[in-house]
Design a protein around this ligand. Structure first.
Ligand code: PLP
Length: 385
């Protein structure tokens, strides 16, 4: 890998192929992927029905000029809107999660005609742009982390709700790392007040959408209905397609007001064909229900390790979005545990700042692969003392 820019840590492996939750290096060694790629392959790597759709759609048209409508794109929009509970709304297809969140935030501010955005301090929104920066005069940042059970009234007392155009809600409690799920009473109180002040709720479902948390969307763990839903990762099962679903009133306001956004791969037929098939597979094959059940079982296994091993401080999770926080120890940093697991054939995520191992497996993972991981994790934690 001497010609790939190292702008993040790159492992010294050479993965050649992947099947469901197994990836194989060039020497034929098999690894269990507990990250579903970058948390995207909800249906596992290379499922046959997605491969078939890619081939069929590629043989027809992959990409077409943005002015020219296509039946696959319209059909995918109907599917995404229905899944998001925004049946009469409108949808746009983009390329990455960051782009979808950036679009969602811009759209919410424009449709509500209110300048301010509100989000949580520990929410990850995007790799760049206005949403990625999440700072400056246009952002109100709420930090509930120090006291999760604090009275919402107390936390919200200084928020100027009449000026909030968008509550940008990331239900994964920082998709990028720490997995502290936002408290239900606080989220619901914010949603009520933003709506009654004329603002919109924009849910960032890049990580939490498409069944990751045991429901179609992370916001469904709360009694709220967003006006805008940004989707990515699982929508393409690893192919880079994202989407923004918008409630009809907001979509009409955007169209009336001449909201303009254009990029080269907007509404590409190939990405839309894949998104349709992912949604169909999740619906027809009950993976979300299975993920909820398997995720709860996986979490129980992590909690058993937490009880037995001093190294494990706290297991937490929702559905197939799980983490194991380790005791902070200078001689045993989380990076070393990650490497020990990699050597033993398991791909997991890790976040040094949170001392957290993170697991986002495909919903299709075999129970025995999770069991094998739990046994290995237990041994590694025992050896760490
Ligand atoms: C919660 C959340 N939002 C947005 C993004 C950005 O998505 P992408 O990396 O596809 O641009 C991520 C990526 O990890 C994420 O976890």
């Amino acid at each position: 890998m001497s010609h790939i820019l190292e702008c993040y840590e790159i492992a010294k492996t050479d993965f050649e192929r992947a099947v469901n939750c197994h990836v194989y290096d060039s020497r034929g060694k098999r690894y269990v992927d507990l990250e579903a790629g970058c948390w995207a392959a909800v249906l596992g790597h290379n499922p046959a029905r997605i491969q078939r759709v890619i081939q069929e759609q590629a043989a027809k048209v992959i990409h077409i000029g943005k002015r020219y409508p296509n039946a696959v794109v319209e059909a995918a929009a109907v599917d995404v809107l229905e899944a998001a509970g925004l049946q009469d709304g409108k949808c746009v297809f983009l390329s990455s999660g960051s782009e979808a969140v950036e679009f969602a935030v811009r759209a919410a501010r424009r449709a509500s005609e209110k300048p301010l955005c509100l989000t949580f301090a520990n929410s990850y929104l995007a790799a760049y742009g206005f949403a990625g920066a999440k700072s400056g005069d246009d952002w109100q940042i709420l930090d509930w982390g120090a006291n999760p059970s604090a009275d919402p009234e107390e936390i919200l007392k200084d928020v100027p709700f009449e000026k909030i155009g968008a509550f940008v809600f990331e239900p994964g409690g920082s998709g990028i790392g720490f997995l502290h799920f936002p408290p239900k009473p606080l989220v619901e109180a914010i949603a009520r007040r933003v709506h009654s002040g004329g603002g919109l709720i924009a849910a960032n479902e890049i990580t939490t959408g498409m069944g990751r948390t045991g429901k179609w969307f992370g916001f469904q763990h709360y009694d709220i209905q967003p006006d805008i839903v940004a989707l990515g990762k699982g929508l393409g099962n690893g192919y880079p397609v994202s989407a923004v679903a918008i409630r009809s009133a907001a979509a009409e306001a955007l169209e009336r007001g001449g909201f303009h956004y254009v990029q080269s791969h907007q509404n590409d037929p190939l990405g839309c064909a894949i998104a349709r098939e992912v949604i169909a597979a999740l619906r027809e094959e009950n993976w979300i229900e299975r993920g909820a059940e398997l995720g709860a079982w996986f979490l129980d296994g992590l909690r058993e390790i937490q009880e037995k091993r001093a190294l494990a401080q706290e297991a937490r999770g929702r559905g197939m979005l799980l983490g194991l926080e380790l005791q902070p120890r200078a001689e045993m940093p989380v990076a070393r545990i990650y490497r020990a697991l990699l050597e033993r054939g398991y791909l997991v995520g890790y976040y040094a700042a949170g001392n957290l191992l993170r697991f986002d497996p495909s919903l299709t993972i075999d129970r025995k692969d999770i069991l094998g991981f739990l046994e290995t994790m237990d041994k590694v934690a025992e050896a760490a003392g």
